[in-house]
Each structure stands twice: as structure tokens, then as C-alpha cells.
Design a binder for this molecule. Structure first.
Ligand code: COA
Length: 356
């Protein structure tokens, strides 16, 4: 049997028009090996969006490895990390074509990804594995919230490689359009204190809010429940917000925002954003939602959610659903989502390995 070769994939500036490039082949492999994409095609990774995500950045580093059988891509390894002083973590993932499994390819990809992280001085790696709900034997998360199939390939593979299971994220789906949305918005506005004002935008962040949004993004990196994962603080600046806006513009996706200003201070204290792909058949992805801790308890999370869904309906209607990811122990956020109509469709297990 010919040797399977692993090498770095050079990320092209643009996709081949006929889809014959290696980046598109690697993207197809990711879709083929993600169990959730198989059942929910609206979750398909779109190469046009992905190529923009993978372009070089001064704020984040990404690398992709591919395993080839006589040129054909049969495995893929993803590496990403943030840069800066506290950036001690890399996020990695391996996927192997179903016809090539149990031949050690996944293990080779994983150990090369770990070596890249070690060479870069990282202290630990995190891996997220999507799984469908299962009635079979389950492995409970150490947080006490959520569980994933004990016999899934990803579970057995990561245990074999001495990763520790840390947390379960719930994947929830909201079918669109949302029935009764306008009365939900009216209710939320009625309950909102006059200390706050609402702002909305679709596309690039208005310049006057870039610093405030950068602070909210930074807080998001440490405020979410993260079990034993210990994610590093990911510091955002106005320049990084502008760079992300440019990247989104290149990807043809649109970010749809609702944000809340604390009127007395003139500062943004909460926001939520939805990532809207250009293709109508794909799901809208719920990105971050955060209310700064000093401003919690005023039902601002609920207000943001319903306002931004109504905003989405005005500026980009016609998508099948919104998909959101939340820590299974994050009851306040799950309750806000359930009240709008989100229901679970799957889970992601989060794993960690200390490298030194
Ligand atoms: C998980 C995955 C990457 C494994 O790839 P692979 O090339 O089959 O992995 P390896 O051959 O290197 O397996 C190494 C060991 O992991 C364990 N393992 C992997 N898949 C397994 C399975 N389906 N059942 C039982 N054990 C399994 C075994 O101990 C195996 O060693 P063995 O074959 O000598 O018994 C592959 O199944 C896949 O792409 N799954 C979908 C994506 C995913 O879940 N990725 C996990 C995040 S990194």
C-alpha cells in the first residue's frame, strides 16, 4: 500500500472557479466527516466563507495539514491560535475520510498538530468534537452538565491520546421565521429600563463603537462558562474589529448586530451578533452574546436576542434557521434561547491536553 503523506496546505488567496483546488477538497472532507453536517446540510462549511477565515491575520494564526493518498486529500488537521502574551492555547482538530480510518492517519495528524503547538510555546491544546444526540452509552461531562456518546470515534480517539474531557456545549436550532416574534420584541422593550438605548447595524461596526465592541469581545473570551478549559484572555482592539469586518466582507457573509448603550456612561455594555451567509439555504450562525456583569439582571440578554432576530428578518430574511452553541451549564443563556424557540440538535465535547 502506498505511503500516506502529510504536509502543510498552502492557503490560496482565492478559490479555483471550477472548485478543483486543494482548499476546496479539504473543505469537502471536513463536511463529509462532520456528523452534524450529514444530518443538517444547512450547517455545511462553505468554501467561500472558509477561505476568507483562513487568510493570514496579524491577530490570529491558522495552519492546515493535509494527508494525501497519491495526491488525493484523505485527512485534514486544523490548527489555530491567538497571538499575544497570554495566548497559551491552540485549538486543533483532525478529520480522516471514513475509508481511511484505523490506519493511524488521525494519530499522525494529531501529533503533528501538537508538535506545532509545542514549537510555538503553547501550554495546552483544546479540541471540539461535534456529535449527534444518542440513546446509547454516554460519557458524562465532569461539570455534571451534559454527556456525549462513549463509543464515538472522536471520544475513543481522544481518550487514547490522553486528552481530558472537560465540557459539553449544546448545539441548538431555531427554525425561521420565528412565530410571534413581534410581540416578543414589544414585551422585551416594555420591560427594558430607560437607562439603556438600543443600536443596530448590519455589516462593518460603526467607527464610534469599535473600541467598545473590542472591549466586549475581550470580555467574551473569559466571561463564558469554560469548565476546566482555562481559555486565555483574547485581547481585541479597534484595529482587530476593523480587520474582522474586512474579512467578513471578503467572505460575502454579513454580520447583523444589536447592541445596548448604557445612556449615563455613553458606553456599549451588551451586544449580540448573527453571521449571515450569502447562500439562502445555509443556517445563520449565532455569534457572541454578552451582557457585562455590572449590567446583568435587567433582561438585556432577552431584549438583545429578540431584537436581533427581528433585525435579521428585516435585513436578511429567508434562511432556514439560526444555530447557536452554549455551554450545557450556562442555564441563563439556555433559558433566554429556549424562550425564543431554540431546541437542542446536537452536542460538542470539549477536550484538553496539557503539553508541558
Ligand atoms: C477521530 C478520527 C480523526 C480518527 O482517525 P483515524 O485515522 O481512524 O485514527 P487512528 O487510526 O489514528 O486511531 C488511533 C486510535 O484511536 C482509537 N480509535 C479511533 N477511532 C476509533 C473507533 N472508531 N473505534 C474505536 N477506537 C477508535 C483506537 O484506539 C485507535 O487505535 P487502533 O486502531 O490501533 O485500535 C476519525 O474517526 C474522524 O475523522 N472522525 C470524525 C472527526 C472527529 O471526530 N475528530 C476528532 C477530533 S480530533
Amino acid at each position: 500500500m502506498p505511503e500516506i503523506e502529510i504536509s502543510a496546505l498552502e492557503i490560496p488567496r482565492a478559490l479555483a472557479r471550477d472548485g478543483s483546488d486543494d482548499f476546496t477538497a479539504a473543505n469537502t472532507l471536513r463536511n463529509l466527516t462532520d456528523d452534524m453536517v450529514g444530518v443538517y446540510p444547512e450547517l455545511t462549511y462553505d468554501p467561500v466563507v472558509e477561505i476568507a477565515v483562513w487568510q493570514p491575520s496579524v491577530f490570529e494564526e491558522r495552519r492546515m495539514l493535509v494527508a494525501r493518498d497519491q495526491g488525493r486529500i484523505v485527512g485534514r488537521g486544523d490548527y489555530s491560535t491567538t497571538l499575544g502574551e497570554d495566548a497559551d492555547t491552540a485549538w486543533i482538530h483532525a478529520s480522516v475520510h471514513p475509508d481511511y480510518r484505523r490506519r493511524g492517519i488521525g494519530s499522525r495528524l494529531l501529533s503533528e498538530l501538537e508538535a506545532i503547538a509545542m514549537d510555538a510555546g503553547k501550554r495546552k491544546v483544546h479540541v471540539y468534537v461535534p456529535t449527534l444526540p444518542s440513546d446509547g452509552d454516554l460519557l458524562a461531562a465532569p461539570t455534571g452538565y451534559g454527556a456525549v456518546p462513549r463509543d464515538a470515534a472522536g471520544t475513543l480517539f481522544l481518550q487514547k491520546h490522553r486528552y481530558t474531557f472537560e465540557q459539553v456545549e449544546r448545539v441548538s436550532r431555531l427554525p425561521l421565521p420565528v412565530p410571534g416574534l413581534h410581540s416578543l420584541v414589544d414585551d422585551a422593550i416594555k420591560r427594558c429600563s430607560r437607562d439603556y438605548a438600543v443600536h443596530e447595524w448590519a455589516g462593518p461596526c460603526p467607527e464610534k463603537w469599535r473600541d467598545d465592541l473590542a472591549l466586549l469581545y475581550t470580555r467574551m473570551s473569559t466571561d463564558e462558562p469554560s469548565a476546566g478549559l482555562e481559555p486565555p484572555e483574547d485581547v481585541w482592539t479597534a484595529e482587530r474589529v476593523a480587520e474582522q469586518d474586512q474579512r467578513l466582507h471578503d467572505s460575502t457573509a454579513t454580520a447583523v448586530y444589536a447592541a445596548i448603550e448604557h445612556v449615563a456612561s455613553g458606553e456599549l455594555v451588551a451586544y449580540t451578533s448573527l453571521m449571515v451567509p450569502q447562500q439562502l439555504e445555509l443556517a445563520v450562525l449565532q455569534d457572541n452574546t454578552i451582557v457585562l456583569s455590572e449590567h446583568r439582571g435587567h433582561r438585556l440578554g432577552n431584549l438583545l436576542k429578540v431584537l436581533n432576530l427581528a433585525h435579521l428578518e428585516r435585513v436578511a430574511p429567508g434562511h432556514p434557521s439560526v444555530i447557536t452553541y452554549n455551554a450545557e451549564e450556562n442555564r441563563p443563556m439556555l433559558s433566554v434561547n429556549e424562550a425564543v424557540g431554540f431546541a437542542p440538535i446536537g452536542y460538542e465535547s470539549a477536550w484538553k491536553k496539557e503539553l508541558r
